[in-house]
Design a binder for this molecule. Structure first.
Ligand SMILES: Nc1nc2c(ncn2[C@@H]2O[C@H](COP(=O)(O)OP(=O)(O)O)[C@@H](O)[C@H]2O)c(=O)[nH]1
Ligand SMILES: [Mg+2]
Length: 402
C-alpha cells in the first residue's frame, strides 16, 4: 500500500493531483482543510486494488470533526457544479467507481448538513422550528411552510405565532367572490372525472333557480364520453324546468353558445379530463379566445393527491381558469397538500362542496375556515411529523439561510 498526501487550493484540484500521481484506483482516505488549502490523503494498494473500495462512511469519519462542515460545504458546492463528478466519470471503470463514491459522499454530506442545520435552527429559533413542525403536520409544502414561518418574529408567544401562521396561509389563498349566482356568465366546469363537476353544476343550477327562477338559465352537457351523462343533465333540466343542450364534445360549444346569449347563466358540464390529456384544455383555450363571456372553473377534489391536482392546474393553465371549486371536503383526511396547490397556483377559490346533497352541500369559500378545517383534520387524524421528516423537509432549505 502506498499512501500519499496532497495539498491543493480546492478539492477538485487535489483530486486531479491524486489521479495524476496514483491513477484512477487511488482511494481517498481523508480530506480536511488546512490553512486555506485542502489536504487529501490517498492510497493505492498495488496488490489488491479491490481493497481500494473503502467505505465512504470511513472516509467521512476520518475527516476531523471541527473541519467537517467547511469541507462538506465546499465538497457539495463543487459536486453540485458537476465538475468533480464529470471529471471522475470521464475515464474507465474505476473512474466511474470514483464518481459513484463521490455521489454517495455528496448524498451523505447533504443529509449530515441538513441534520446539522436543522438542529442548529432548533437551538437558535425554537419558535420557528415548532411552527415548521406544525406546518408539516398540516401537510403544507416545505417551501411554502418555510416562507410562512420565516415571516413570524421569533420573540412572540406560540399562540400568537400560530395565529400569524394561519393568517399567512389564509392570506395566500385567493378567494373569488361569487359572481355566477349574482351576475351570471358562461361557466365551464372542468377537471378530472369524478371530481364533482356534474354535482357542482346541479347545486349551482338549483340555487340559481331558487334565487332567479328558471327563465334565464341554460345547461349544456359536453360529456359525450360518460355513459348516462347527457341523461343525468336532462333529468336535472326537467326537474328545474331549464333547457339542456347535449353535445358530444366541447368543440361543438362554439355553434351552440350564440343561441344562448339571452340566458344570463349558462352552466357547461364537460367530460373528465385524464392526466396528461391536453385535448380539452386546448379546445377550451381556443373557444375562450373567441368567447369573452366564457370562463373556466376548475373542479378539484380535496381527496386527490397534491401532485395530481397540480397536474390538472398545469394542464389547464393555457385556458387561464378564472376560479376553482373544491369538492369532497367532507371526505378529506388532510388539507395541507390541497391548500398548497391552491396557494401556489393563486387560483381563486369560489365554492367548496362538502357532500352529495343538492343544493345544500355547497358553500362560498372562506380562507380562514379552510385553514381551521386543515388544523382540525390534522388534530383528528393525529398527524405527526418526526425528526427525520423535518430534517428532510427543512434541513436543506434552512441550510441555505444559515
Ligand atoms: N362526499 C362527497 N361526494 C361528492 C361531492 N361532490 C360530488 N360527490 C360525488 O362524487 C361522485 C362523482 O361526482 P360527479 O359530479 O358525477 O363527478 P364528475 O365526474 O366530475 O362529473 C358522485 O357520486 C357525487 O355524488 C362532495 O363534495 N362530497
Ligand atoms: Mg360528470
Amino acid at each position: 500500500m502506498k499512501i500519499r498526501r496532497y495539498l491543493a487550493p480546492d478539492l477538485r484540484q487535489a483530486l486531479r493531483q491524486v489521479r495524476e500521481a496514483q491513477g484512477p484506483d487511488a482511494v481517498i482516505l481523508s480530506t480536511r482543510r488546512l490553512d486555506g488549502e485542502v489536504e487529501v490523503v490517498a492510497a493505492i494498494d498495488y496488490e489488491a486494488v479491490a481493497d481500494a473500495e473503502a467505505p465512504v462512511a470511513e472516509m467521512v469519519a476520518s475527516a476531523p470533526q471541527d473541519d467537517f462542515a467547511t469541507i462538506a460545504r465546499r465538497t457539495l458546492a463543487e459536486a453540485r457544479s458537476g465538475e468533480v463528478v464529470s471529471e471522475a466519470s470521464g475515464g474507465g471503470a474505476s473512474n466511474a467507481d470514483m464518481g459513484e463514491e463521490l455521489r454517495t459522499m455528496r448524498r451523505l454530506l447533504e443529509t449530515q448538513l441538513a441534520a446539522l442545520a436543522w438542529s442548529d435552527l432548533t437551538r437558535r429559533a425554537p419558535l420557528r422550528t415548532t411552527l415548521l413542525k406544525e406546518l408539516a403536520e398540516l401537510g403544507i409544502a416545505a417551501d411554502l411552510a418555510t416562507t410562512i414561518a420565516a415571516a413570524v418574529p421569533e420573540t412572540g408567544e406560540l399562540a400568537a405565532a400560530r395565529r400569524q401562521v394561519f393568517a399567512g396561509i389564509a392570506g395566500r389563498l385567493a378567494i373569488a367572490e361569487d359572481r355566477w349566482l349574482t351576475q351570471g356568465g358562461v361557466v365551464v366546469l372542468a377537471g378530472s372525472s369524478g371530481a364533482g363537476k356534474t354535482s357542482t353544476l346541479a347545486k349551482l343550477a338549483a340555487r340559481w333557480v331558487m334565487r332567479h327562477g328558471s327563465r334565464e338559465l341554460a345547461l349544456v352537457s359536453c360529456d359525450g364520453a360518460r355513459f348516462g351523462a347527457h341523461e343525468q343533465l336532462r333529468t336535472l333540466g326537467q326537474l328545474l324546468d331549464v333547457p339542456v343542450h347535449a353535445l358530444t364534445s366541447t368543440a361543438e360549444l362554439e355553434n351552440v353558445l350564440p343561441a344562448l346569449v339571452s340566458r344570463r347563466l349558462v352552466l357547461v358540464d364537460t367530460a373528465g379530463s385524464a392526466p396528461r390529456d391536453m385535448q380539452l384544455p386546448r379546445e377550451l383555450a381556443t373557444l375562450a379566445a373567441k368567447t369573452p363571456r366564457l370562463e373556466t372553473a376548475l373542479v378539484l377534489a380535496a381527496t386527490t393527491q397534491a401532485a395530481a391536482l397540480e397536474d390538472t392546474v398545469r394542464r389547464f393553465a393555457p385556458v387561464t381558469p378564472q376560479s376553482c371549486v373544491l369538492t369532497r371536503l367532507d371526505e378529506a383526511t388532510s388539507l395541507g397538500g390541497t391548500l398548497s396547490v391552491l396557494m401556489r397556483a393563486r387560483l381563486p377559490l369560489a365554492w367548496v362542496s362538502e357532500g352529495q346533497r343538492v343544493p345544500e352541500d355547497l358553500r362560498p369559500a372562506r380562507a380562514l375556515e379552510l385553514v381551521a378545517r386543515a388544523v382540525q383534520l390534522a388534530r383528528e387524524c393525529g398527524a405527526a411529523a418526526d425528526e427525520d421528516l423535518l430534517v428532510r423537509r427543512f434541513g436543506g432549505g434552512v441550510r441555505a439561510s444559515v
